[in-house]
Every structure is written in C-alpha cells, then in structure tokens.
Unconditional design. Structure first.
Length: 307
C-alpha cells in the first residue's frame, strides 16, 4: 500500500503529486496524513536507499553480516569459511583472502586471533555485501528463502536464482531470547522459518517462493498441500496458520549444504525483537471459535487455515 511519487525537479514532483491525489480522490481513497512524507531527498524502499543520482543498499539488509561477531574458536572459523565457500564463485581471490583464517585451523596450532585475522575477517564480511555477491530484489526472478536455527540464534537468507545460481538479496539474523533457547530444535527451526518470512514480508507476500530448511519433519508439517499431523503442537499450529497466508513450496536441504545460513544462525546479531509467539498469539485470539476447533482436528489443511 506504499505510494511513491517522484520527479526530476520540485515542480515536476508537485505536478505528479497533485495528479496522484486527484486519482485517489476520484476513487474515494483516503491517506493517513501522519504517515505521509513530502519532498524527501532520500528514501528507503525495498532494501535500497534511493537519493539523487544514487541508489545504494539499505544497511538493514546487510546488517546481519557486517555486525557478525568475530569467531572465538576453530569451529566458528570453519562455519564462517563454509559460508564464504557457498558464494566462492562470486568472490575474487578467495583462497588468498582467507589464508589468515585457514591458518587458525592448522593441526596442533593454538587458536590465536591476530590483527591479520581481524583484517581478513572484516574484508571478507565486506566482500559478502558487495554487488559481486548481492543482487537487487527482482519480483520476476525465482525467490529462495533459506532459514536455520542454532541453540543461540536464528537466521534467514533471501536469494534469487540467477542463471541457475543462487545469489543472495539480503541477510537477517537475531539471537534467541531466554525462553526461546528452551524450545526443542524442531520448534527453533520452525521459529527461524517464521522469522525469515515475517522479516522479508514486503518481498514475499503475494509472490511464490521456495522455502528451504534443513529440518525434514518441517517439510511435511508446513507443506501446503498436506494435512497437518494430528498431534501437532499448538506452537506449530500457530506458525502454520501464519504461513498459510503465503504462496510457497517447501524444500529440504541437508545441514552441511546449508552453510550460507548456518553461520549466521550461530553468530547472530543482538538486537531488540518482539516475540514472534506473542505476535502470533494475538493473531490467533482473533480467529473464530470454529477455526480453533478445526485446528485441533485431524482434517486440518492449509486451505482450512487460509479461511
């Protein structure tokens, strides 16, 4: 429902604005004045900062990578290198850039983070956010949303398939709350899916996309053309209810092939985030009693949830 009116000059922008307002008035459509902004020189839209003669990436879409904490042990380094390897074909001279980090993995060598490691780490994170790796969002290209969860965080990577190659559009991650860390691994993986879909809502709603998870049971639970298992937990039912409003197919990918998002989930950025369960609880409370009854029955399908 966003409307952007622009012009190459202030007078042209004014003329276009009046034409837009006239069109809205003709169809008896109203705007919320408090949500309107006029004559801005810079706006953020669909993951980009748009200003005069310049379009740049929004910091939000690359924050999960740029703010990723440095590795604290050899396993962290392996996961980070695994993420880089996933996009290796897009990063020039990757083997040279990663040398200081790979040296940390040498057998019988004490883990010591040096200035050279820090420099390489920062350089490599920057490489992950360049135009060589990231691509602009295009609703006409196939969309893939890959999610993952660890005991401490959840993450999602939204990508496009370009010439049969997966190229990232944006990254997202966050740390789990204290209560979320007590979830089962199945519930954490499901939470990661809901987090990814809600985080990239403006890109995904109304468009078909492929949802990729390394948790095989969730491919059956969240499959839109299959009945939900009769003993599905109330939390997963809430998640299924939320996901039923989207057009997607779900695909399983083994964890070792999920390196691009696995690293982010294990090195999440810390940021305030409303509880997804709290949000979904409020939505479910608005549902009719008969829908709640159907949710607890064996015959529940995505079609029923979509009512």
């Amino acid at each position: 429902d966003d409307i952007i009116v622009h012009g190459s000059t202030r007078s042209e922008c004014y003329s276009n604005l009046i034409a837009c307002l006239d069109r809205l008035q003709a169809h008896d459509l109203h705007l919320n004045r408090e949500k309107c902004s006029f004559y801005l020189e810079k706006i953020e839209y669909l993951g980009h900062i748009i200003e005069h003669n310049k379009i740049s990436k929004s910091p939000a879409k690359i924050k999960a990578v740029l703010d990723m904490p440095r590795p604290s042990n050899a396993d962290d380094v392996r996961r980070f290198l695994g993420m880089l390897t996933y996009y290796a074909r897009f990063i020039p001279d990757l083997s040279t850039l990663t040398t200081p980090l790979r040296n940390l993995l040498c057998k019988n060598r004490k883990f010591k983070w040096s200035a050279g490691c820090e420099s390489a780490f920062i350089r490599l994170k920057t490489e992950m956010t360049t135009d060589r790796v990231l691509v602009p969002y295009d609703p006409h290209l196939p969309i893939v949303l890959t999610t993952d969860a660890s005991p401490t965080g959840i993450a999602a990577v939204m990508s496009h398939m370009v010439d049969d190659e997966e190229k990232p559009v944006a990254y997202a991650s966050r740390a789990l709350t204290v209560s979320e860390r007590n979830y089962s691994q199945l519930d954490r993986e499901a939470l990661a899916i809901v987090f990814g879909v809600s985080h990239f809502f403006n890109y995904l709603y109304g468009i078909n996309f492929t949802l990729v998870t390394d948790n095989e049971p969730l491919t059956r639970i969240f499959h839109q053309k299959k009945q939900l298992p009769p003993m599905t937990s109330s939390r997963l039912l809430r998640y299924a209810s939320f996901l039923s409003g989207f057009d997607y197919s779900v695909k399983f990918k083994k964890g070792e092939a999920n390196a691009n998002v696995d690293c982010l989930s294990r090195a999440p950025i810390n940021q305030a985030h409303p509880s997804i369960d709290t949000i979904l609880n409020e939505e479910v409370q608005c549902m009719h009693t008969e829908s709640i009854f159907e949710i607890s029955s064996e015959s529940l399908t995505a079609e029923i949830l979509a009512r």
